[in-house]
Design a protein around this ligand. Structure first.
Ligand SMILES: *Cc1c(COP(=O)(O)O)cnc(C)c1O
Length: 341
């Protein structure tokens, strides 16, 4: 293969650029379990500031930031309200049951988005038969929903329900920067609505590793112990945090390019007769359905032979993801490959 591989499977596949690696090499570090890594502290403070929350906790993955938060918010025999295709439920190995002993109230959203009325109706009344509702969790952008975004008034309405019922509101913001860039929202507005936010650095932002959990000082202090029991206390993690700081500084505004390329891919797909449906594209995810006459294995093998990788996302469902390592020349190659089918 003379051309570079076009990896559209996920925005997690990016490699650090030379400039990001240089920032990592230069990072001052210390033992973060002793609270002595200045670069980790800087990353936690910078991420918290972007969302107007008090404190942050650097973790190896977004699964860990979500599961640490859920454990801190709940107890066994309690319940988390979330969408039925949310990452915390579908793709975190049943961690809510495993780590927290909690149940889930699964709601069917509109491309992953829940309404305030749906959430309110799922809050358990006092009754000895029921688990106690302890947490409401939203996802923005919504992965399985095809990168869909909430409008701010929708988030505010859910937050109003949460506050009225004295329930904490968590955001799985693995791709929250995609949502901010796509909608023009300000992260600090999120800090007013959500009690806790999980932000991934290793998705569209292009860092090799890491997520940050945000919340109040007291909440994050509690989470430090939970991260430790999960084995997530890291030592000279500043080398990794430096990549995150670099990403926050350099790779946020450019997410708009990924969104533009995702819309271009959606247009290419809409033009093909063997594609029956393309979910509306709001950010960097493109989910589409193939006609039965075009078996998904055949479609994926055809792309693979041309150095293009994509993910199977369910029967006849495929996902394309744009990211830092996808450029305009690659889109031209994808278009040609699609046209040959
Ligand atoms: C990727 C992702 C996560 C976290 O995944 P990790 O691979 O554990 O970092 C959480 N939520 C959503 C919506 C995601 O897409």
């Amino acid at each position: 293969m003379t051309h570079p591989l076009i990896d559209l499977r996920s925005d997690t596949v990016t490699r650090p650029t030379p400039a990001m690696l240089e920032a990592m090499f230069q990072a001052p570090v210390g033992d973060d379990v002793y609270g002595e890594d200045p670069t980790v502290r800087a990353l936690e403070a910078e991420t918290a500031a972007r969302f107007g929350l008090e404190a942050g906790l650097f973790c190896p993955s977004g699964t860990m930031t979500n599961q640490v938060a859920i454990k801190a918010h709940t107890e066994p025999m309690s319940e988390v309200i979330c969408e039925q295709t949310s990452h915390i439920y579908l793709w975190e190995v049943g961690g809510i049951a495993f780590h927290s002993g909690a149940s889930v109230a699964l709601l069917a959203g509109d491309r992953g988005r829940l309404t305030a009325a749906q959430v309110e109706a799922a809050i358990r009344p006092e009754n000895v038969h029921y688990p106690i509702t302890r947490l409401i969790s939203l996802e923005n952008t919504h992965n399985r929903g095809g990168g869909s975004c909430y409008a701010l008034p929708e988030l505010a309405a859910v937050a109003e329900v949460a506050h009225r019922h004295r329930l904490p509101l968590h955001l799985d913001g693995a791709r929250v920067f995609n949502a901010l860039v796509a909608t023009g929202q300000d992260g600090r507005e999120y800090g007013r609505l959500f009690d806790t936010i999980s932000v991934c650095l290793s998705k569209g932002l292009g860092a090799p590793v890491g997520s940050v959990l945000l919340g109040s000082k007291a909440f994050i202090a509690k989470c430090q112990r939970i991260r430790k029991v999960m084995g997530g206390g890291m030592r000279q993690a500043g080398y990794l945090a430096a990549a995150g700081l670099y990403a926050l500084e350099h790779n946020v505004a450019r997410l708009a390019d990924d969104h533009r390329r995702a819309r271009q891919l959606a247009d290419m797909l809409t033009a093909r007769s063997y594609v029956t449906e393309v979910l509306p594209v709001e950010t960097n995810l493109v989910i589409f359905r193939l006609a039965d006459a075009m078996p998904a294995e055949h479609f994926l093998a055809h792309l693979e032979q041309r150095g293009i990788r994509a993910s199977s996302f369910g029967p006849q469902l495929i996902r394309f993801v744009t990211h830092l390592d996808v450029d305009d020349a690659m889109l031209t190659r994808v278009e040609a490959a699609l046209a040959e089918l």
